[in-house]
Design a protein around this ligand. Structure first.
Ligand code: MGP
Length: 216
């Protein structure tokens, strides 16, 4: 004979029942297990100056990411720029664009260049670079974010540099908007002028400076 399973409804709820249910709801909620997607997939590159190799051979892909969580995991895992040896670079570029003048998306492009004094390495370098990364992954340039290819930080004894690279040095509207927003985000005082130069001019420069196509 089958034994009936008797479920009593009169048993009082376990005092922890509600707490348990809340925890289960939280654990099961997509918010807790779905990472927050970024609009673009990004690739972080590292350059180490080994004079026995060509410039391109010194460039290495570190990792790619396309979520907020993976961005922070990578950022927290790597050295701060101020701890790198002179001659090293980090580059963050949209997936599919190589961080070099020769890439099809950079060939007719240029960069907003921030040049830092030696003293600024301590005060500004790491926070300027983090702000630059956040401008990129957060698509801070509104309708003109499509023009952004990536950003580069050059750690150099003579003075560090940070730049945002855009795809077309003739896209005046995009370039001026990006320059204005970028300067604001970094908190660069209005009286300090930053310049935009084409890669073609940078690659063929003869002296120590390249002429500005735009200023902000
Ligand atoms: P750099 O690393 O951008 O600046 O360029 P750095 O070291 O401050 O030197 P400076 O010339 O700006 O004072 C240094 C050199 O690296 C360039 O002169 C090129 O020989 C080489 N180089 C830099 N970039 C960004 C590229 C690139 O995109 N393609 C190639 N082929 N060489 C590059």
């Amino acid at each position: 004979m089958a034994t009936a399973l008797v479920v009593s409804t009169s048993v009082p709820a376990h005092p922890e029942k509600e707490k348990c249910e809340t925890i289960i709801q939280k654990v099961m909620s997509p918010e807790t297990y779905i990472k927050h997607p970024l609009q673009n997939k990004w690739a972080l590159w590292f350059f180490k100056n080994d004079k026995s190799k060509t410039w391109q051979a010194n460039l290495r892909l570190i990792s790619k990411f396309d979520t907020v969580e993976d961005f922070w995991a990578l950022y927290n895992h790597i050295q701060l720029s101020s701890n790198l040896m002179s001659g090293c670079d980090y580059s963050l570029f949209k997936d599919g664009i190589e961080p070099m003048w020769e890439d099809g998306r950079n060939r007719r492009g240029g960069r907003w260049l921030i040049t830092l004094s030696k003293q600024q390495r301590r005060a500004d370098l790491d926070r300027f670079w983090l702000e630059t990364l956040l401008c990129l992954v957060g698509e801070a340039f509104d309708d003109h974010s499509d023009d952004v290819c990536g950003a580069v930080i050059n750690v150099r004894a003579k003075g560090d540099k940070i730049a945002i690279w855009t795809t077309d040095y003739e896209n005046k509207d995009a370039i001026t908007h990006i320059g204005r927003v970028y300067k604001e985000r970094l908190g660069v005082p209005p009286k300090v002028i930053i310049g935009y130069q084409s890669h073609a001019d940078t690659a063929t420069k003869s002296g120590s400076s390249t002429k500005n196509k735009f200023v902000a």
